[in-house]
Ligand binder design. Structure first.
Ligand code: ADP
Ligand code: MG
Length: 308
């Protein structure tokens, strides 16, 4: 199974995603837990350093904090090599400068992050049974998930231009009497990339669930309702929505007043989502880190009716 946990910063995505992953691993599934949030805190939640490559953190549980930067640098290096072979020497310095700048652009980093995530999604069913993604805050996550759809036509356009340019080259070469077949690594890469993005998009649409996480306050509610629409438009399926840090009804004093405010938001959520699609996780005392803390939270999640 593939699950994304998304929502505003600070609502509990990392903690809940980690607790869920701990539960899956505990149930005997080879589970990969990945953070794509540039503000990585998965390592802190698990109590250990994490990096780009999955690292074993518990029996059957691996974790990684991935970013687009390393992947973007690798990809730009590949394209630079292609360009060096394909282009006249005079233009190379300008092309190199352009590619170096592209490495730093947010678009490049974001699509590189998607490539990395694509690789990991492709490994589900093979290297991993389950993939749990602790995503960047909502806007970023949804952009990431809709990138395959956005990139496909763009890549198609680029590929068409390349084909045209190649046909013209061939014609000239034919006229000059040297019409041998030249492989076009750039065109091949573009086609391969498009095919992979499309495969991952249809796979995510079929297999992945997006869990929106929020705390019961007005602003997060508005954002969650909007995100739920966007998830649907992206062609992804919405999983159960998790309302985190709900004050228990038994509380008195300040917390009771807080609970009264939360009740308004909970009522509005109940209008939009049917009961089984809405999971309430109580405000908990204590630290929710490390395998023990996360294991306890996993139990609370289960009792709250998550992933029945
Ligand atoms: N149900 C809860 N009760 C109490 N504290 C919580 C609860 N859920 C999360 N927290 C705490 O809230 C803080 C933010 O959680 P985190 O998972 O890092 O949020 P996010 O990843 O959405 O930014 C952490 O210190 C976490 O331990
Ligand atoms: Mg986080």
């Amino acid at each position: 199974m593939i699950r994304f946990f998304g929502g505003k910063g600070g609502v509990g995505k990392t903690t809940l995603a980690a607790a869920f992953a701990v539960a899956r691993a505990g149930a005997g599934r080879r589970t990969l837990l990945v953070s794509t949030d540039p503000a990585h805190s998965l390592g802190d939640a698990l109590g250990g350093e994490l990096g780009e490559e999955p690292r074993a953190v518990a029996p059957l549980l691996w974790a990684a904090e991935i970013s687009g930067e390393a992947q973007a640098r690798r990809r730009i290096a590949e394209i630079t090599t292609d360009a060096e072979q394909a282009l006249p020497r005079e233009v190379l310095p300008a092309v190199r400068r352009h590619l170096a700048r592209a490495t730093e652009s947010p678009g490049t980093v974001e699509s590189a992050l998607l490539d990395r995530l694509t690789e990991l999604v492709e490994q589900v069913g093979d290297r991993w049974d389950d993939l749990v993604v602790d995503s960047a805050p909502t806007g970023h996550m949804l952009r990431l998930l809709s990138l395959p759809a956005l990139l496909a036509p763009w890549i198609e356009g680029l590929a068409r231009q390349r084909t045209k340019a190649r046909d013209a080259d061939r014609m000239v070469a034919g006229l000059l009497g040297r019409a041998e077949e030249q492989p076009d690594p750039l065109l091949e890469r573009l086609h391969a990339r498009r095919a992979r993005l499309e495969a991952v998009r249809s796979r995510l649409a079929a297999e992945a669930l997006v869990h929106l996480v929020l705390v019961p306050e007005h602003l997060p509610l508005t954002e969650t309702l909007r995100a739920a629409e966007t998830v649907a438009e992206t062609g992804l399926r919405l999983g159960q929505v998790i309302v985190n840090r709900v004050v228990p009804e038994t509380e008195t004093g300040v917390l009771a007043r807080r609970r009264a405010q939360q009740d308004e938001v909970l009522a509005r959520l109940a209008v939009r989502f049917d009961e089984p699609d809405l999971v309430r996780v109580p405000l908990l005392p204590g630290t929710l880190t490390g395998r023990q803390g996360l294991g306890e939270l996993a139990e609370v999640l289960r009792e709250a009716g998550f992933d029945p």
